[in-house]
Write a protein that binds this ligand. Structure first.
Ligand code: ADP
Ligand code: MG
Length: 677
């Protein structure tokens, strides 16, 4: 059986089995699916194309009997000449005295080793009598640990295939194999380990890429289905007329993308299943407006709403814009860490007895003393800043409330459908009309005087600027010092011609509040800040964003910061001050100056950083694919997703015997069980 321990294999003893166990290879099946992470390809090239000091493979005829010399204690050197393309090449082999007997004049031989183009000499590590066959041309190279060598592992896998290969069963229904012309599982396993040629290897990889994606997408779709069906009975009967009247009070009409997302959310609210939806949209695309409408819909259905955000500044900003939009149509409160004692008691009491319709707050909102009378709609803004537990705590404040996650960090589609495969996703991919594109420039520090002069000129025309200092950790004293120093520097530069303000994470909530109020009222014209202004801050009169040491930020973060300007109808500017050393850093700056589109930018970011780094390793929630690569194989991912959707919708796993093996595979899956609780 494939589940036999590896020790059952010929040539595997206790010690080697122990070594394999350290690599997490316990059963024969583990071995069979332990694929090489790369292949060494020994391709025979014309002599003229060989590169000095490269590892090369040549094929030729042995001209003379090898001569063997000994030196040192046990060292030996074997030399002979080989004729390749009518040229005599000298072959040198160290410490292989035994080869003298095997290599004879007149033999055809294939040699692999390091090439010395000046001496026309090859230092051989590997030789094979006879012409180079394709069989030896592609060598599997496995990821290794401890005492296990590539050679030994390869041999062991070879025996696993010959002893157990017949037991490998197909799990994909033949329809998919035929449609996508995929090799069947047994031969694909063999090819992954011992490819005969590149084309076979390509198809075997294609097969496992599809298989991995399909299984993954099936899990996600199953999860979505199970979660939905577990939360039946929360249909919100909102008042369509009232909702429309509310929209009509807005000073603008919704963009098509806003309308579409809104319709998707409202349909979820009406449905008996709990909504679990992600709303993505670039900064300023109008997510808050959509959120407000949904909150209002919930109110007309007799429910309460909650909006949780990661920072106090953001909470206040949302509070202001929502109270403005709602007027007297709803009672809204702001619940943050600064609401304490008696005030907090009064507020939580009002939430509990439904005098309050909407609560906007930070983490303060999910503390134990907060009870809702009837929470029907919960929104988590900048959801990636919260942990799974915090999101769940908010949800559990109601009885299966519909939950909307919002993010202004556009997530590339490939990642969205992998990391959030069990969610529904709405996208606002269109900006309100009339917005001017932000002009972005990249410059080095020696032009600082010009940049400051530019700021002064715009400020004299009534506009305002941000100057951002790099801050990687909010607690990093050094970085705060940077901001403080820059603040003093600018104060000096501008003497009394304009007012400079300072903002960083170490200020108390009251202090931050005061600074933001002054900035919003244009009492401060230039705000020096760390990245605390990154999310959501909305001062429409600000038109200049200067980012210091911009190479220290990722693309998404730069884009977020840039989104603080360009929020009104005036032309805005973003100036990146950076001197990146590496190519990737330079590429980032170039991309920033070339595009304002957050989705395009996030795709580029993903390519530069790779999927693991995109979210930050810890909470990525991304699966470890063995063969598949989300970035390069995104087309296969889309295909697998569509197929998985169809399989779940048509209930094929249960009803069609062709899908039996897939079902078995999913039932044994610990991932599903982990995710479900
Ligand atoms: P986001 O939350 O996506 O960053 P907001 O909802 O805060 O965006 O909207 C940014 C600004 O654009 C706000 O001042 C808002 O009033 C305005 N806005 C939103 N939707 C529209 C629209 N359809 N047309 C014009 N302006 C809009
Ligand atoms: Mg619902």
């Amino acid at each position: 059986m494939l589940s036999d321990p590896v020790i059952q294999l010929k040539g595997v003893g206790d010690k080697f089995a122990g070594n394999l166990a350290e690599m997490n290879l316990h059963t024969v099946e583990d071995l069979l699916y332990y694929f090489p992470n790369r292949y060494d390809v020994f391709e025979i090239k014309p002599l003229s194309e060989l590169i000095h000091e490269d590892k090369v493979t040549i094929e030729g005829r042995v001209v003379n009997e090898p001569s063997l010399t000994f030196y040192g204690k046990k060292k030996s050197r074997l030399t002979f000449n080989v004729e390749v393309e009518n040229v005599a090449i000298k072959a040198v082999m160290f410490n292989r005295a035994f080869a003298k007997k095997q290599i004879n004049a007149g033999d055809t031989i294939t040699l692999t080793g390091k090439w010395d183009a000046h001496r026309l000499q090859i230092t051989v590590n590997n030789y094979k009598k006879g012409p180079a066959s394709e069989q030896t041309a592609i060598q599997p190279m496995y990821p290794l640990k401890g005492d296990v060598t590539n050679y030994k592992l390869k041999k062991t896998i070879q025996s696993a295939i010959s002893e157990y290969g017949a037991e490998i069963t197909e799990i994909l229904p033949s329809y998919y194999l035929e449609t996508y012309k995929l090799p069947e599982r047994r031969s694909a396993v063999t090819t992954m380990h011992f490819p005969k040629n590149r084309i076979d290897l390509k198809h075997a990889r294609r097969r496992f890429t599809y298989e991995e994606f399909l299984l993954f997408q099936l899990r996600m779709q199953l999860l979505r289905k199970i979660k939905r069906e577990a939360t039946e009975g929360n249909a919100q009967h909102y008042n369509v007329m009232q909702v429309q009247e509310f929209i009509d009070t807005f000073p603008f009409s919704l963009t098509n993308a806003q309308q579409k997302s809104l319709n998707q959310i409202l349909a979820d609210m009406k449905s008996p299943y709990r909504m679990n939806r992600l709303l993505q949209g670039d900064v300023g695309s109008g997510k808050t407006a959509v959120a407000a409408i949904c909150l209002y819909a919930a109110i007309t259905a007799g429910k309460q709403g909650a909006l949780m955000v990661p920072t106090e500044i953001l909470a206040e900003q949302h509070y202001q814009s929502l109270t403005e939009l709602f007027g007297d149509k709803a009672t809204i409160v702001l619940l943050t860490g600064s609401v304490k004692g008696k005030k907090r008691k009064e507020m939580t009491a009002a939430i509990d007895n439904h005098e309050v319709d909407i609560v906007i707050g930070t983490h303060a909102l999910i503390q134990d003393d907060v009870f809702f009378d009837n929470l029907g709609f919960a929104i988590v803004d900048e959801q990636h800043r919260f942990g799974v537990k915090q999101r769940r705590t908010l949800r559990d404040k109601g009885l299966n409330p519909d939950v909307l996650f919002m993010t202004a960090t556009p997530i590339p589609r490939t990642l969205a459908i992998t990391a959030f495969g069990d969610m529904d996703v709405s996208v606002i991919d269109e900006m309100p009309s009339g917005r001017k594109e932000i002009e972005t420039y990249w410059t080095k520090e020696n032009t600082l005087d010009r940049v400051l002069g530019f700021i002064e000129k715009r400020v004299n025309q009534g506009e305002q600027a941000y100057v951002i200092c790099p801050l990687i950790e909010e607690s990093d004293k050094m970085d705060i010092q940077n901001a403080v120093d820059l603040f003093h520097q600018l104060q000096e530069f501008y003497s009394n011609s304009l007012k400079v303000g300072l903002m960083h994470g170490r200020l108390t909530a009251d202090e931050k509040d005061e600074v933001m109020k002054q900035y919003a009222a244009n009492e401060i014209q230039v705000l020096v800040s760390t990245t605390v202004v990154e999310v959501g801050v909305n001062v429409q009169n600000a038109t200049i964003m200067v980012i210091y040491d911009a190479e220290r930020f990722g693309l998404s973060q730069l884009h977020q910061l840039r989104g603080r300007v360009g929020r009104g109808n005036k032309q805005s500017y973003c100036i990146l001050i950076a001197d990146p050393k590496g190519e990737v850093g330079k590429e980032r700056m170039r991309i920033m100056t070339e595009t304002n589109n957050g989705f395009e930018l996030s795709e580029q970011d993903l390519k530069l950083r790779g999927p693991g780094d995109f979210f930050g390793k810890k909470q990525s929630g991304l699966p470890d694919f063995k063969v598949a690569d989300m970035i390069h194989d995104y087309r296969a991912l889309e295909t697998a997703r569509q197929d998985a959707q169809e399989i779940i919708e048509k209930n094929l796993l249960e009803e069609n015997s062709e899908f039996y093996q897939l079902r078995v595979n999913l039932e044994n899956d610990t991932f599903l069980h982990d995710k479900l609780d």
